[in-house]
Design a protein around this ligand. Structure first.
Ligand code: ADP
Ligand code: MG
Length: 297
């Protein structure tokens, strides 16, 4: 069963002239752990924003998009509805279930709002029937798992911490990213697009955050409510180690065009290696990943 489908998709930015498509097709299955990999500027973040319904026909001027065609379908919502044409109410409803960890967490958070209020709002949306105490337990779990708060802080003390009472705007980049991940997890969505979620985190914490995402996916893997996780990265090593499907995007920056050049359906934890059968661009990405650190941009 497909969770999300982009059919014959085409996007064009006014200012840069950069295009994705005109025949960009991507089907993401329910419960997939899909990696989208490609160099900086090839269109990964744009596709992420399209997949969550953020860039749509109503909002396209705000994103500087001149043309937007094709279909965006969600199997678990109204499968016949093209969400590129969704109205405000339909998109609001979609937001409860389809979420994104943004590459730039500043844009995902209200900078004036205290961390605790941000997380409470999210937990209420994700768990509307829960009482306040249950919501607090969820929030505690997420702030510990994302290591926003140190794991030796007890539940009874966590609301007294300065960090959780502080405003989002007063946090460091790494802390803000952890809050943005906790916020998405509090909403308990069935589809998450994680756009370079390890960026601006200390090397020591990158692996813990990646493991947290893997754990959430594993936990729901064989349930009636599996998590569909889309991990966007420019790092072949990361995606090939964790995803069960990988698509490689290529940005032709001279002709200003982004497209999918290759798809892998490997078992999890495979190693993408140089191979003459690989697309030329896939091999270039593998070569590059040997020389550059896992620092993301
Ligand atoms: N709002 C915009 N207006 C014009 N061009 C844009 C806009 N957003 C992104 N682009 C261009 O589209 C291309 C793809 O960007 P993006 O989706 O952010 O790629 P990636 O996430 O792979 O780095 C880039 O060349 C970028 O300059
Ligand atoms: Mg990006």
């Amino acid at each position: 069963m497909s969770a999300v489908k982009l059919k014959d998709f085409h996007l064009k930015y006014i200012r840069s002239g950069f295009e994705i498509g005109p025949d960009f097709n991507l089907t993401i299955n329910k419960g997939d752990f899909l990696g989208i990999v490609g160099e900086s500027g090839c269109g990964k973040s744009s596709i992420g924003k399209v997949l969550i319904g953020l860039i749509n026909n109503d909002e396209r001027n705000n994103f500087g998009v001149s043309s937007l065609n094709g279909e965006l379908l969600f199997e678990h919502m109204n499968n016949n509805k093209n969400y590129l044409d969704a109205n405000y109410a339909e998109l609001r409803y979609l937001r409860k279930d389809v979420q994104m960890i943004f590459q730039n967490p500043r844009s995902a958070l209200n900078l004036k709002m205290p961390v605790i209020n941000t997380l409470m709002e999210a937990a209420k949306i994700g768990n509307p029937s829960f009482k306040k105490e249950q919501l607090m337990e969820i929030i505690y779990d997420k702030v510990i798992r994302t290591q926003f708060l140190n794991s030796n802080i007890k539940y009874k003390d966590f609301l007294k911490q300065n960090k959780i009472l502080a405003s989002n705007g007063s946090l460091s980049g790494g802390e803000r990213r952890r809050v943005s991940i906790a916020k998405v997890m509090c909403m308990n969505p069935s589809i998450i697009v994680a756009d370079e979620p390890l960026a601006s985190l200390d090397a020591s914490i990158k692996l813990d955050i990646l493991n947290y995402l893997i754990d959430e996916w594993e936990k729901r893997k064989n349930t009636s409510d599996p998590l569909t996780l889309i991990l966007i990265s420019h790092d072949v090593g990361v995606v090939s180690n964790v995803c069960n499907r990988v698509v490689v995007m290529y940005g032709d920056l001279i002709n200003k065009k982004g497209e999918i050049v290759e798809e892998f359906n490997p078992p999890r934890k495979f190693k993408l290696e140089l191979n003459d059968n690989n697309h030329k661009y896939t091999n270039e990405l593998i070569e590059a990943s040997k020389y550059f650190s896992v620092d993301e941009n």
